[in-house]
Design a protein around this ligand. Sequence first.
Ligand code: HEC
Length: 140
Amino acid sequence: MRQRLGITLACVTLALIGLALMLPQLAVTAQESEVIERGREIYRQHCASCHGVDAKGHGPAADALKKNPPDLTLIQKKGEKFPFDEVMNIIDGETVISAHGSREMPVWGTIFRKAKGEMLAHLDIYALTKYIESIQRHRP
Ligand code: HEC
C-alpha cells in the first residue's frame, strides 16, 4: 500500500515536472498563432482585394491593375528559407525602390504609420509577414 502511494506520487511529480518544462514552449506557440491570426485579419481587410482571399493573386481588384498581383503562397522557393525580412520590407515599402519603375502596391508602411503610429504599424507588418509565412506551399 505504502509502496503504491510512493509510486503514484513519483508519477504525479514527474508529470508535473514534464508539464512545467513544456509550458514556456506552449506559451510561445499560443502567442505565435495569435500573431498569425492577427495577420490573417489584416490581410483580409487590406490585401485580399488584390492578392485574393487565398493569396494566390486573383482578388476582385486585380483586373484593374497593369501588373498581376503575385501569388503570395509561392514566395518561399523549394528548399530555401522564407525571406522574412525582405517580405517585411516589401510590405512596408518605405525603403524599397521598385526595380521595375512604378510600384502598383500601396506603400503600407506609410498608410499604417499614419493610421496607427510607428509601434502598431510595425507590429501589423510583422503579423502580416508571419501570416504570409504560414501559408507558403513549399514549407519544409
Ligand atoms: C492595389 C492592389 C494591391 C493591394 C491592396 C496589395 N497588394 Fe501586394 N502587390 C500588388 C502588386 C501589383 C504587386 C507586384 C509588385 C508591384 O507592382 O508593386 C504586389 C506585391 C506584393 C508582395 C511581393 C511579392 C513577391 O513575390 O515579390 C508582397 C509580399 C505583397 N504584395 C504583400 C501585400 C500585403 C501584405 C498587402 C496588404 C497589406 C498587399 N500586398 C496589398 C498589389 C497589391
